[in-house]
Design a protein around this ligand. Structure first.
Ligand SMILES: *Cc1c(COP(=O)(O)O)cnc(C)c1O
Length: 492
């Protein structure tokens, strides 16, 4: 908000010539016509002055000639975001701010407002818009249609899986994966602790018992050491899990080789939650294709998006066919409506699949762009003691969905949350690293296996990590302003 409004104030006795001179002296393209006590009459733009002249008033005519108009105003408590949307809605560039007593105290100027820089805003391109238009034109608004089949085929090809099932969300995909693996009440199901809650919620849907496994410091994903201790302890107790949900956070694969080897040795199937890691690879295999079943999400903030959506991929086509059936209310093969098992309404709609096909084409670009954003951060914020980055082991090619930094409070002299708050006042959105599941009230009392007996890596990351704006729609100039804001906040 501009508070120095004195140069913009003008009284009704001033002439058009005076107003033009005063308008030219300022850079905002408006004046504020006021009465005594800074009471606002109306906003004057150069267009208003031009119209007076065209209507035949001469330059010496007073501003009394202006028609009366009630200008839209904001209050002292109006936020920058609210001011922006009011101006956009009314298609105006200037929004005077008035106090409770109606006196003027400031002005919002639309071009002067910076857009908030978000963590990961959806990014829609030409191709998606064309495919959506096509889906509408061909009247394929029906739940299923050619785009769904096309999207499944193209997704499977992209990741090198035998098949894919397009679903309404990544969470739905995890839920179906657990159903396909026969998880039932009180079964133990392992899950990475450092993740978004959607990885673990489906375990609760089935009344099963979640057990959380810590991260290792090399990839921030499931620690093979913790997994081995958990499996060994549960084997001895005669309560081996029925599935392991391995999560690839922030676009990076977990160290799948030792994890899958261990799970094979104990006969436990692996579900790979690759909701955040589409486009990443592990030892040259697409992330999401290394377990028995893999899960992707196309939620609004993910690397590609259908606004909401998900997919299940795998090698076992019978299993995927069953997933497809369960996702459409599990109808038996009969012409009448007959059902034997519980199904869901989990299918992706045809229109959204159309968006997905367009987004899929953009995936290589999006991965390259996210990685370039990460490189720009690590360069721009290099040389700061106590600031480190999410590592990328040599077996990993991350999609760098989010650029994540850790701030050592001792070396930096500030807690990451303090940094986050200061960036928020500069209109920059950052977020802490996922709060681990074993610390969530929802999962209080559930078993947890840390990386080492005396070290919980996910706790360390939660307390030191901050995700930085990483959206592919972000401009270099915006990223530069994030970098300089962080340097400023850190006093570097
Ligand atoms: C986003 C996400 C999900 C859930 O995907 P939705 O499509 O939002 O249901 C699951 N796991 C992880 C790790 C995620 O980031």
């Amino acid at each position: 908000m501009i508070t120095d409004i004195e140069p913009l104030l003008i009284g009704p006795n001033a002439s058009i010539a005076d107003a033009m001179t005063q308008l030219n002296a300022g850079a905002l393209g408006c004046l504020l016509l006021t009465r005594k006590g800074r009471l606002l009459d109306r906003v004057i733009t150069d267009g208003d002055l031009r119209r007076l002249l065209i209507a035949g008033h001469d330059m010496q005519a007073s501003l009394e000639a202006l028609s009366e108009r009630t200008s839209v105003t904001a209050h002292e408590s109006t936020t920058e975001d609210e001011a922006r949307s009011v101006m956009e809605e009314h298609q105006i560039l200037h929004l005077p701010v008035v106090r409770q007593d109606s006196s003027l105290c400031g002005l919002y100027h639309l071009p002067g407002l910076s857009r908030p820089i978000l963590l990961s805003a959806p990014h829609m391109g030409e191709a998606e818009q064309q495919l959506v238009a096509e889906a509408f034109r061909d009247n394929w608004i029906a739940p299923v249609g050619p785009h769904v089949d096309g999207f499944e085929k193209e997704l499977a090809e992209t990741v090198g899986a035998a098949g894919a099932v397009a679903l309404s969300s990544g969470t739905a995909a995890i839920h179906l994966a657990l159903r396909l693996l026969g998880i039932t009440r009180n079964d133990r199901v392992y899950c990475s602790s450092l993740t978004f809650v959607a990885s673990a919620n489906p375990i609760l849907y089935e009344g099963a018992e979640p057990v959380f496994i810590d991260s290792e410091p090399e990839s921030w994903n499931m620690s093979p050491a913790a997994l081995e201790r958990a499996l060994e302890a549960d084997r001895r107790a005669g309560q081996l899990p029925t599935a392991v949900v391995v999560v690839n956070i922030y676009g990076q694969s977990a160290d799948m080789e030792p994890i899958v080897e261990l799970c094979d040795a104990y006969g436990v199937p692996v579900v790979e939650d690759a909701a955040e890691s589409l486009g990443a690879t592990y030892r040259n295999h697409a992330s999401g294709t290394l377990g028995r079943l893999g899960v992707y999400s196309f939620n609004g903030n993910k690397i590609i998006t259908t606004s909401g959506g998900g997919a299940l991929v795998g090698e076992d086509l019978d299993m995927l066919a069953e997933a497809r059936r369960l996702s459409t209310q599990a109808r038996d093969q009969a012409s009448h409506y007959q059902h034997t098992v519980t199904g869901y309404n989990y299918r992706l709609s045809n229109v959204l699949a159309g968006i997905g096909r367009g987004q899929l084409k953009a995936l290589p670009d999006r991965v390259a762009r996210r990685r370039a954003i990460f490189d720009r951060y690590s360069e721009g914020l290099g040389g700061i003691d106590g600031l480190d980055w999410m590592p990328e082991p040599d077996w990993s090619y991350s999609n760098r969905w989010l650029s994540v930094a850790t701030f050592n409070p001792q070396q930096i002299g500030q807690h990451p949350y303090a940094i986050m708050r200061q960036l928020r006042t500069r209109n920059i959105e950052t977020r802490p690293v996922w709060k681990p599941m074993h610390l969530q009230p929802l999962f209080k009392g559930k078993d947890y296996f840390p990386h080492a007996e005396d070290r919980s890596v996910s706790d360390e990351l939660f307390l030191s990590g901050l995700c930085l704006p990483s959206g592919t729609g972000m401009t270099d100039a915006q990223q530069d302003s994030v970098i300089s804001a962080i340097r400023e906040v850190l006093g570097q």
